[in-house]
Design a protein around this ligand. Structure first.
Ligand SMILES: [Zn+2]
Length: 313
């Protein structure tokens, strides 16, 4: 079983791995908790690879390529910068360790870029990808090619300002999209509403002093007006950001990925409605398709397995 491709996606809480056969089909996938420090990432990846190989009865020597997506800025030389969710990750040590561990070729990229590569693998060729997780990430693909930018950082859409002088963002700027339309922003908004005595219907009877989780609020958005108001505002800022990007890039479609957006059809309805409200018919892209990213939660790992055609060297 030679010519296998291994792809890994490191998140703040989970490390997901897939093995794809030479035909491009996923042969095995597994998810384990993320290591808590960058020092252990390479060994966690290699342990997970061993288990995936065991699942399909293959050996290390059968792996032709290993790719990895990380929640960090990754420059054109594949050095990591600013991996805020996993401490101790920077520079080129991770890639060096992964390359040294086998005879495979290896590449590293930003996790959202990896999801974009998965969408290309699924047949999409021109799109804006918006990833809604703890933060907001993005990727831009034209004619099957991932836009890199001058430093490798193109598509960092979470730090586009949507409110001049607005909420502080962790990046040091104010009013970023990420401060209004990310998992972290949603949690902060729910906590504020809860502190003001709103959302009493969603209080956990076992822990009445604790605010409800963002997930509980999202799940209640159809039944509860206060929850729907919170999600509608979230979708409004997201739609505003998307409309700005569509004006600049004239994208053919928008793909949405990341944990916050997973399997929430009602969220997509609200987002499409907000998008149409901020992008009038006269701008000619009022009905732009907004769809979930192919492969859902496996997108990052699957794209990582096919990174070699989108990385030089
Ligand atoms: Zn920011």
């Amino acid at each position: 079983m030679d010519g296998l491709r291994a792809g890994f996606d490191l998140g703040g809480t989970k490390l997901t791995g897939v093995l794809a056969g030479s035909d491009g089909e996923v042969a095995a996938c597994r998810t384990v908790p993320s290591p808590s420090h960058g020092t252990w990432v390479a060994s966690a990846v290699l342990d997970l690879l061993d288990r995936l190989l065991g699942d399909v009865g293959a050996e290390t020597g059968d792996v032709a390529f290993l790719g990895m997506g990380v929640p960090a800025l990754v420059d054109l030389q594949e050095r990591l910068h600013g991996a805020t969710h996993v401490a101790g990750m920077s520079g080129s040590a991770l890639l060096d360790e992964l390359r040294a561990a086998g005879s495979w070729g290896a590449h590293i990229d930003n996790d959202v870029n990896c999801s974009a590569v998965a969408a290309i693998h699924a047949g999409e060729s021109s799109f804006l990808l918006v990833s809604l997780g703890t933060g907001v990430g993005g990727a831009i693909v034209r004619d099957g090619r991932l836009e890199r930018g001058a430093h490798g950082f193109a598509g960092e859409i979470g730090h586009m300002v949507v409110v001049a002088g607005g909420e502080e963002c962790g990046c040091g700027k104010r009013g970023c999209l990420e401060a209004y339309a990310s998992g972290r922003a949603l949690t902060r908004r729910v906590e504020r509403e809860f502190a003001m005595g709103r959302l009493p219907e969603l209080t956990d009877p076992v822990r009445p002093a604790e605010p409800p989780s963002a997930k509980v609020v999202v799940e209640a958005l159809r039944e509860l007006e206060a929850a729907e108001a919170i999600i509608t505002e979230f979708a409004y800022y997201l739609a505003l950001g998307i409309s700005n990007l569509v004006e600049i890039g004239d994208h053919a479609k928008v793909l949405i990925g990341g944990g916050v957006s997973a399997s929430l059809e009602h969220f997509y309805d609200i987002l499409r409605e907000q998008y149409r409200a901020v992008m009038p018919y006269s701008r000619l892209r009022h009905d732009l398709p907004i769809e979930p990213v192919p492969y859902g939660p496996l997108a990052g790992a699957i794209g990582a397995a096919f990174l070699d055609s989108h990385r030089k060297g």
